[in-house]
Design a protein around this ligand. Structure first.
Ligand code: UD1
Ligand code: UDP
Length: 382
């Protein structure tokens, strides 16, 4: 039996963790013991608890209640808490997801204690170090022992940074193993897709017509914190909704909700609030999100996870950022990078909605990435 500590904290990590917890429960409950640590980075009911209940994730064994704060303050509180837990639990490894401050805190605490780091979503790069996430993911990768990249691009990025593909056992932080494993979020989207349709009434609740609405999310720090960008994004959403008489459903991240009134110009703010088409709602559950993704006509987002889920459900996507880590979405033509640029977004909207020949190749594995990761942990951690 191996013991692993899983660290989660932000919304997408809680959702990602469901795939591995499910695989452990169904296939490895006599060989892998999972201890779950919630850092408390996200704490609102609809940013955290809802996912445990809905996705059957076991209750966290520990909650650090780190909460919000500056990067330094937040990350430091998490490091302190995670270090204490690792010292008392003495696990065979720590599982870290993605690129948030919770990921970085886990990587620092574990690597200093010589506990192997298993990084899920390794190798993704935006090549933009102005993004806090780019710093977090690079630092985490470079102290990891087992690195699971969801894509071929990520696997190649790691090689370009000096990771070797022919390292042999035993693996350590100085002698790590890299994999192209497929994406645990693809596992989850496949698994929860059918259940979502049966459970959620979100379309009727918001009077949305199938295949005739835009699903939009905005939460990236440069989009919310830079008034110029936030104004451009909301102005364009409003313009498209009016010009095409189409509804936009916008589940708003609390970060964005808090900054909207402050950073939008007063006239635009009023227009958005009084718009017949723009439906600003609280963050929705994952099953509700899947229903929105499956039934919308197009996705507009700066979220990493939502870009990919659009693709899983064969929907075109306008990426409201200057770059993406999921570059294969753009290369195959089903997504377009439009940044926070009004003209680029309008062009992308016209191009994607008028193209009947978009393609969605199988880039993200076979839906069994979590089982693969469990097998490799069992073979390589002791
Ligand atoms: C974090 C991640 C980002 C990820 C996102 C997923 C980092 C550096 N960023 O960004 O990569 O895409 O999570 O959603 O880790 N807030 C609440 N309630 C909550 C959580 C947050 O009100 O439950 C508000 C607070 O005002 C907080 C702000 O949102 O200051 C930002 O939260 P934080 O966790 O620092 O970063 P995110 O923008 O959520
Ligand atoms: N998500 C959700 N409800 C929402 C918005 C997003 O369940 O209101 C899910 C979404 O389906 C995806 C994940 O949260 O699985 C993405 O998280 P987010 O956009 O916060 O972060 P990112 O992926 O950009 O790090």
């Amino acid at each position: 039996m191996i013991k692993i500590v899983t660290v989660i904290g932000a919304r997408p990590q809680i959702i990602k963790a469901a795939a591995l917890s499910r695989a452990i429960k169904n296939h490895y409950n006599t060989s892998i013991k999972e201890i779950i640590v919630h850092t408390g980075q996200h704490y609102d009911e609809n940013m955290s608890r809802v996912f445990f209940t809905e996705l059957g994730i076991p209750e966290p064994d520990y909650n650090l209640n780190a909460g919000s704060g500056t990067h330094g303050k937040q990350t430091a509180a998490m490091i302190t808490g995670i270090e204490e837990i690792l010292l008392s639990e003495e696990p065979n490894g720590i599982i870290l997801y993605g690129d948030t401050n919770s990921t970085l805190a886990g990587a620092i605490a574990a690597s200093k204690l010589h506990i192997p780091v298993i990084h899920i979503e390794a190798g993704l790069r935006s090549f933009n170090k102005a993004m806090p996430e780019e710093i977090n993911r690079i630092l985490c990768d470079h102290v990891s022992t087992l690195l699971f990249s969801p894509t071929k691009t990520g696997y190649i990025n790691l090689q370009n940074e000096g990771f070797k593909i022919n390292n042999t056992k035993p693996y350590t932080a100085d002698h790590p193993k890299i994999y192209s494993s497929g994406d645990v979020m693809y596992d989850n989207s496949l698994y929860f897709s059918g259940l979502a349709e049966k459970k959620s009434d979100i379309l009727t609740k918001h009077r949305l017509t199938k295949n005739k609405f835009i699903l939009a999310t905005i939460h990236r720090n440069n989009n919310t914190d830079e008034p110029k960008r936030l104004n451009a994004l909301f102005k364009t959403l409003h313009r498209i909704s009016e010009a095409h008489t189409i509804d936009v459903i916008l589940p708003l991240h609390p970060r964005t909700a808090k900054l909207l009134q402050q950073n939008l110009n007063a006239e635009l703010y009023k227009l958005i609030l009084s718009s017949k088409h723009i439906k600003q709602v609280e963050p929705v559950s994952f099953l509700e999100m899947i229903v929105l993704e499956k039934n919308c006509s197009i996705v507009m987002t700066d979220s990493g996870g939502v870009q990919k889920e659009a693709f899983y459900f064969k929907k075109p996507c306008i990426i409201l950022r200057a770059e993406t880590e999921w570059i294969e979405l753009v290369e195959c033509g089903s997504a377009i990078i439009a940044d926070a640029d009004e003209e680029k977004i309008l062009d992308a909207y016209n191009a994607l909605t008028s193209n009947a020949n978009l393609i969605y190749p199988e880039f993200y594995g076979d839906g069994k990435a979590a089982e693969f990761i469990c097998e490799e942990m069992l073979a390589n951690l002791s």
